[in-house]
Ligand binder design. Structure first.
Ligand SMILES: [Zn+2]
Length: 137
């Protein structure tokens, strides 16, 4: 039987266990930037420690990225299957996906500045809703 997720795990040097398949499928089908706790609450059959350890393994293999620096102090995760950047509302801790960004100029500038060949990037922006009661002097 063809199981593309099984292939993804094997291509990344990971044995395709049932729990890894379940967690990879969850990450590929949810764009809610969950914490390990959030996933464990939805998939209670998988222990919190296993969720956490499996996500960290996925991060190591670049299947999943970490979004941190959120003021809830928690580590959030996101599938690394499509390039996009994040805008984080620092008042509500909402993590918003945005993709209307061409990284080419930044990559070119970074390469020119350092001589390194840029192989990946991660961009998180932080903001608040503009105040409607702003006072102009
Ligand atoms: Zn995202």
């Amino acid at each position: 039987m063809l199981n593309p997720l099984k292939n993804v795990l094997q291509e990344h040097g990971l044995k395709a266990t049932t729990q890894r398949l379940t967690l990879l499928e969850y990450m590929m089908t949810h764009d809610n930037h969950p914490t390990a706790e959030m996933i464990h609450n939805e998939l209670p059959d998988i222990s919190l420690a296993t969720v956490y350890n499996t996500l960290e393994k996925f991060v190591e293999k670049k299947l999943v990225v970490i979004i941190d620096g959120i003021s809830d102090g928690k580590r959030h995760y996101d599938a690394a299957d499509h390039p996009h950047y994040h805008v984080i509302n620092t008042k509500t801790n909402e993590i918003i996906d945005a993709a209307n960004f061409d990284p080419a100029p930044l990559i070119k500038a970074a390469q020119a500045a350092t001589g390194l060949k840029i192989t990946e990037y991660r961009i998180d922006l932080y903001g608040v809703e503009p105040s409607t009661t702003e006072v102009h002097s």
